[in-house]
Design a binder for this molecule. Structure first.
Ligand code: SF4
Length: 491
């Protein structure tokens, strides 16, 4: 479960700096929320596995710990999954063992203590509905309860992933065909799921009735493509057709695409954080270009929190579009005062002689000539624990900035996510415990400004309450009592 494991994470560079050992390892944490998964699938193409590998490659930012592809050649479902990055796992030889004209793939982010192959997806089962592979993006909020009930009735679970709950419910369903069994299973689960299912001769793309996580349909060379984000379509030159609608199940077979509305309509709850941070800026998410949303966040931030300064500098890469928007709105020049190293892994050996802010310096290097003597507006897309931001402020000051004004292109994050995003526990979220002024002092910034919730909604044109904002409000759109209890017990 996401929420339980999330608490175990977050060993920051600062914490391990105190260890006196020549070979001490520091764990790099960028102090952001992390998405858990990306999914991609192709139906009706002779190079289905290769195209799925490329789709997953484009979705690598949604999960970097494990990846898997299941393919179907019409008579059997083949599977390969492993820990690591997509490019490392899927060698030409591996892809050669994934034959067929249909394939689904999954890339997964996991948490400390949870980096196990057993939880890698797709999950494959052979049941009375045939051989079925499942890949899931999202998190179920009643999975624990369902799991206990299923175990009581004799189900034996092989993973700790909530996706397996869906698998067991499908296998136990009395429905005579797979779409019926899927609908039956999904009527019992609560929470977020964008789901791909592959059988010997069909592929299903399913989205929960609230539409928390994205899922899009595309067309490629006569084949059908589905994926978490449109950036995956761009890589293979697939054409974007539309979103899979919330509460919709697409049954894709040789006869074409059949749309089945398997659940009663619910108020949509698209994850607003996909637009703030998770999704790639070149993607279309919930029908909107992410880059446009982010620039708009920056513009609104400039209107809400203006300040006299010389330059606007983003915390790269994710803070760039909002900083562009802030600079455009304020008329203050945009400057890339911090340069990001893109080749940073999650752990590093630090020399015995302590280097101040080593973890952050591995990732970001300030350009002294650009920052020296300047009043800097530092734009970031989110602030979770605040520990990394504090080091970045120090880095910018040490490079000669005379003032550092931090601007965050979303509201204070006060609550964890239970819908498929890895977040720290509430106690670790700096804004859950402290006022804006206290956070400013902690960061060592001259001023601090967060975007308001109204402006966040305005940036994505949410006039009808179609977006989830629970991590900013603490008000969740589904029942959570059991999860909260569990999180405290395991935390
Ligand atoms: S709680 Fe936050 S991160 Fe989670 S789905 Fe809602 S908006 Fe997205």
């Amino acid at each position: 479960m996401v929420c339980a494991a999330a608490g175990a994470r977050g060993i920051l560079a600062e914490a391990s700096n105190s260890v006196s050992d020549v070979s001490k390892l520091i764990q790099i944490d960028d102090d952001h929320f992390h998405d858990h998964c990306g999914v991609f699938g192709i139906f009706g193409h002779p190079e289905a596995s290769k195209l799925t590998y490329l789709g997953l490659y484009a979705l690598q930012h949604r999960g970097q710990e494990s990846a898997g592809i299941a393919s179907s050649d019409g008579s059997d479902v083949h599977i390969h999954k492993s820990l690591g990055h997509v490019q490392e796992i899927f060698t030409p030889e591996v892809i050669g063992h994934l034959p067929g004209t249909a394939a689904i793939g999954h890339t997964r982010y996991s948490t400390a203590g949870d980096t196990t192959l057993i939880n890698a997806q797709p999950i494959v089962i052979d049941c009375n509905k045939g051989k079925v592979a499942l890949g899931h993006n999202g998190n179920l909020t009643n999975a624990l309860e369902l799991r206990r009930k299923l175990e009581h009735r004799g189900s034996i679970f092989q993973t700790t992933s909530d996706t397996e709950v869906i698998v067991h419910l499908v296998a136990r369903s009395a429905a005579r065909n797979l779409p019926g069994a899927l609908a039956d299973a999904l009527s019992q689960v609560e929470g977020a799921y964008s789901l791909l299912v592959l059988t010997r001769d069909e592929m299903y793309a399913i989205r929960d009735p609230r539409g928390f996580r994205p899922l899009v349909l595309g067309r490629f060379d006569g084949a059908w493509a589905v994926g978490s984000e449109t950036c995956a379509f761009d890589l293979i030159d697939a054409e974007y057709v539309r979103e899979v609608e919330p509460g919709e199940m697409l049954r894709i077979s040789r006869s074409g695409v059949e749309s089945i509305h398997f659940a009663a309509e619910k108020q949509h709850q698209h994850c607003i954080f996909e637009h703030v941070y998770f999704s790639r800026p070149d993607s279309l998410i919930f029908g909107r270009p992410v880059n446009e949303s982010r620039e708009r966040l920056g513009r609104l931030l400039a209107r809400e929190h203006p300040v006299e300064a010389d330059i606007v500098t983003p915390v790269p890469d994710s803070g760039v579009p909002a900083a562009v928007g802030y600079a455009a709105e304020s008329g203050i020049p945009f400057r890339m005062g911090l340069i990001r190293n893109h080749y940073v892994g999650r752990t590093f050996i630090e020399p015995e002689q302590a280097i101040r802010d080593f973890g952050v310096k591995l990732k970001l290097n300030p350009i002294r000539r650009m920052l020296e003597g300047q009043r800097v507006i530092l734009v970031d897309d989110s602030l979770v624990r605040g520990t990394t931001s504090r080091k970045i402020v120090r880095l910018v000051r040490d490079a000669g900035a005379t003032e550092v004004h931090v601007r965050v292109s979303c509201p204070p994050t006060i609550s964890p996510c239970y819908y498929g995003i890895d977040t720290p526990r509430r106690e670790e979220l700096i804004a859950a415990q402290h006022s804006v002024e206290e956070i400013r002092q902690f960061l060592g910034a001259d001023s601090l400004g967060y975007l308001s919730l109204d402006s966040l909604r305005a940036a994505v044109e949410d006039t009808e309450g179609n977006f989830c904002t629970a991590c900013y409000t603490g008000t969740y759109p589904t029942e959570l009592v059991q999860l909260e209890v569990e999180a405290h017990r395991e935390g």
